[in-house]
Structure formats: C-alpha cells, structure tokens
Design a protein around this ligand. Structure first.
Ligand SMILES: *[C@@H]1O[C@H](CO)[C@@H](O)[C@H](O)[C@H]1NC(C)=O
Ligand SMILES: *[C@@H]1O[C@H](CO)[C@@H](O)[C@H](O)[C@H]1NC(C)=O
Length: 498
C-alpha cells in the first residue's frame, strides 16, 4: 500500500515537471529566493544578520546576495560560509546628473528584475531584519512594495516577478523617466506610476479567490513588512501592533544598527543586536558578528589608555598603594575612613576645606602677585573644549561596528584619558607659569598646598587634598555614568520624547 502510494506520488511529480518543462525540474524548489545587494564591506554585517534572521524564521529558500566589485574577497567567502549564494554583478550607471554622491550605483538594484532563473524574489535592503516569517510574501503578485510616509513606494522591501521583457522595458526608460530621489526609488516610482492606488496585498485570501481573479499588476504591502525605525523615533513606539511586526527597516543614515552607539539610542536595535550575537562562527573568529581582524586592535585600544594613565601617575599610584598597604598592616583602614568622615562633617565638605586651605595659603603667602582675574574663565573654557575634543577623538578612535558595551566602555576609557591629558596638561602648565611669575616671591615656600602628588607635603594637608580630589573625581564619574542613562531612567527608548 505504502509503496503504491509513493510510486503514484513519483508519477505525479514526473507529470508535473514535464508540464512545466525541464528548467523547472532543474531548479525545482529553487524558484523562489530572498535577495539583497551589497556594494561594499560596510554593510557586510547587515547582510549576515539579515541572513541569520531569515534562517531563524525556518525558511529554506535560496538567499542570494548580489555583490559589486566594491566587496572584498573575504566578505564574499564569509557570506558563502553563512549560506548565501553570492552573485557578482556589474554596477548599472546612474543616469541622473543631479543626485546625492552616494547614489552613484543604486540603479543596480533594478537588476533584481532580471533574475529570471527565479519565478519570484523577495528583495530586502541590507539594513532590514526579519522578525517574523514573511514566506507569504511569495504569494504576492507581479510587483509589491509599500508606501512610506507619502504616496511614494519605498524600495527597501519589494516582491518582484523577474522578467526579461520587463527589465528591458525598464532599461529603455532609465534615461527618460524622472527620479525624484536621483536614485532607483525615484525611478521605480515613475515607472510604476499609479502605485499609490494599488490594492493592499492580503496574504490570507482563499486559493479560490486567488485563482479566479486576474493577477494584479501591483500590490501594496502593509507597514508590517517594512516598519521604519524613523517612525518609531517620532512616536517613541511602533505605530503598529508590535507583536505583528515582520520586517524592521533601519532607514536612518547615521543610526545603522551595526554602529555601536545606536543600541544606546534606539530600542528597536536590540532586536538586531540579539540576532547578531547569535551569528555562528562560519569562518574562524566571526561568531557573534565579530571581526577577527579587529580583535587585536580592540585589545590594543582597551589597554593603551590604561598604560598611559599608569605611566602619568605611577608616583601617586605607588604612594596610594603604599598608604593603603600601610593602613592594612596597621589595621587602621577603618580609622582612616572614619577620620575622613569626621573631617567631612566638621568642615562642611572636603571640597570646601581643601579650597579654603589652598586659597588662604595663596593670600597669606603671596600678597603682591595676584592670580590673574581671567584665569577662572579661561580654565572653564579650556575644560569645556577639552571635554569636546576628548569626546570627539574618542568617538573617532572606537571602531564603529563593535558590540554596544565594548563601544561604550572604550568610549569612556578614551574620552577620560584624552581629557585627563589635555586638561591635566593645562593645569600643569598653569602651575608652572604661576611658579615662574612668582619665583621672586615667597610663594615657593608652601608648594605642597598645590602639589597633590608630590608626597613630600605636610601629612595632614596632603591627605585633605587627596580626599578632595577623590571627592571631585567620584562626583564626575557618577555624572558621566548618570548622564547617558537618563533616557533609560525616564523610559525614553528613542531620541525624542513623545
Ligand atoms: C539580464 O539577464 C540576462 C540573462 O540572465 C543576461 O544575459 C543579461 O546580461 C542581463 N542584463 C544585465 C544588464 O545584467
Ligand atoms: C493569516 O493566517 C495566519 C494563519 O493561517 C494567521 O496567523 C495570520 O494572522 C493571518 N493574517 C492576517 C493578515 O489575517
């Protein structure tokens, strides 16, 4: 009984394949594919994560990545190892004279209409991710896309029925049809004019209805198939039911999900990062979306600031550890802390007492040569500039595509070190200048009130000064940690407050 059944099944398959011709037999289930495009290595991680998210939905369809010559051999090897079919394509020149510079090759996207060895392809931009299966998109008609923020279609997610005729027709119109973006999207909007009035694609139509109606020329996809994070940013939430979301599209230029800082700014990036962390080790060292070439650099970047700080401070480090171990040996660490605490209570704050001590010593010791009036203003200015410069430099140093935590920690480390060097250098310079200009005076008789780490000062004064430094330092550190976590505390999950 069973064998009869299978023979019957085999005959049916044989009959069907003869009906649809031999090419279909050769390609078989390969008649449908997911397709994306890669122009350069910058979006490589995006394509890897997209592929992983497609496979995670249980799809076994082909995944094709069209790569242009800007893509490195390593990237192609990695994508193949990830399960992508890598197809080389030449770029289609952009016929528009007036266009954004980065749009030089975007007309290449039209080549998906020429992938005639597939019956139907679902095209996805490299900055999209699948949250929930979108296999039903293959039921879509000849051309499907979604409208975005207007009556214009977005070319980030499209369902296309490749056809040589259609492609030739497009190519013949590339030079004449206008493009409002100066790119492929504008061209497609001109080519598929009237798209805005297309009906919405309904995946759950019964097969009777599907077969009896004429195949629509165009269909409009629901927002669920192309949910734009730009919209999320405006409202601080998805404007559609979050549980129903199928494709998230990270459209915003400087906020691509692979840049480490976006995870700290946009909640939807968590989805992307979760998939990224689960990326397999297709080639050695690439698990979790890591870049093996970057590993050594990261180690170097995280150690260098520590060494610099250690080098600049080795004297005070020695002193601190000596004090600490002395205190430990005498068992008086507790007393030491108590001592500081009482002093804090009595003096109304360490900072106050420390500043009081040093300023009074200036006045007492040096009445003729005053501190210049502009010094305070200049110091504040230098401090702010140093902060801006150190943040900018740190931002430039940290590689873009590291994990969010790695990026944040490296950022702190580098910003702090650079700030320390710049502002510390400024303070040192001021001190030296002050010393020179007052050399004749009595000023040099009390150098210990400024020199915190000379270690040779009067014991009590030195410890007050140290404690004040720590007090300020800890306050600053607390601020530095608190400031970036404010949005989290207030429940803001995107840049703008609702
Ligand atoms: C379109 O596809 C055909 C057949 O696969 C191929 O010969 C042709 O070169 C393609 N055209 C372009 C512009 O890529
Ligand atoms: C279509 O049907 C599936 C199950 O058959 C269901 O999960 C899904 O929500 C339906 N979609 C719509 C838009 O009704």
């Amino acid at each position: 009984m069973r064998s009869k059944h299978s023979i019957f099944g085999f005959l049916v398959i044989l009959f069907m394949s003869f009906q649809s011709g031999l090419p279909a037999l050769a390609s078989g289930s390969r008649s449908e594919a997911y397709v994306t495009l890669l122009y350069g290595d910058e979006f490589l991680l995006g394509v890897r994560v997209l592929g992983k998210s497609i496979r995670d939905t249980g799809s076994t369809k082909d995944m094709v990545v069209l790569v242009s010559d800007g893509v490195s051999n390593y990237a192609k090897k990695l994508l193949k190892a990830d399960g992508w079919i890598v197809e080389l394509i030449s770029l289609l020149a952009n016929p528009n004279q007036v266009r954004p510079k980065r749009f030089w090759g975007v007309y290449t996207k039209l080549k998906i209409f020429n992938m005639t060895n597939y019956r139907k392809v679902v095209y996805l931009d490299a900055d999209t991710i699948i949250v929930k299966s979108i296999e039903d998109l293959f039921k879509c008609g000849k051309f499907c896309a979604n409208l975005k923020h207007s009556e214009r279609l977005n070319s980030g997610v499209m369902v296309v029925e490749p056809s040589e005729m259609l492609f030739k027709d497009m190519m013949s119109k590339v030079n004449t049809l206008p493009s409002y973006t100066g790119g492929d999207q504008g061209f497609l909007n001109s080519y598929f004019s009237g798209f805005a009035s297309a009906h919405v694609f309904e995946p759950n139509l019964s097969s009777d209805v599907m077969n009896s109606r004429p195949v629509p020329e165009m269909e409009r996809l629901s927002t669920l198939y192309n949910a734009d994070v730009g919209l999320y940013m405006l409202a601080n939430k998805w404007m559609v039911d979050e549980k129903e979301l199928q494709v998230i599209h990270y459209t915003l230029g400087p906020l691509k999900p692979w840049d480490w800082w976006t995870a700290w700014l946009l909640k939807p990036v968590d989805v992307w990062q979760n998939v990224r962390e689960r990326l397999g080790e297709s080639l050695p060292g690439t698990g979790g979306g890591r870049n093996p070439n970057e590993d050594l650099l990261l180690k170097f970047l995280s150690l260098l600031p520590l060494f610099v700080l250690l080098f600049c401070n080795y004297r005070s480090f020695l002193q601190i550890s000596k004090d600490f171990f002395d205190a430990l040996r005498r068992g008086s660490l507790c007393d030491h802390v108590k001592h500081i605490y009482y002093k804090f209570r009595a003096g109304g704050g360490l900072a106050y007492s420390a500043v009081g001590a040093s300023s009074s010593s200036i006045i007492n010791s040096n009445q003729q040569s005053k501190v210049p009036a502009y010094l305070g203003g200049v110091s504040i200015f230098v401090c702010f500039m140093a902060a801006v410069v150190s943040l900018a430099l740190a931002f430039a140093v940290v590689p873009r595509q590291v994990m969010p935590w790695t990026g944040l920690l490296l950022m702190y480390e580098w910003a702090f070190t650079i700030f320390y060097l710049i502002f510390g250098g400024y303070l040192h310079l001021t001190y030296q200048l002050g010393k020179i200009t007052t050399q004749a005076g009595l000023f040099s008789s009390h150098p210990e009130s400024f020199d915190c780490d000379s270690g040779k000062g009067h014991q009590q004064q030195a410890s007050t000064c140290d404690a004040a430094t720590w007090y300020y330092g800890l306050g600053m550190a607390l601020l530095a940690v608190a400031a970036p976590s404010l949005p989290c505390i207030f429940g803001i999950t995107a840049l703008f407050l609702r």
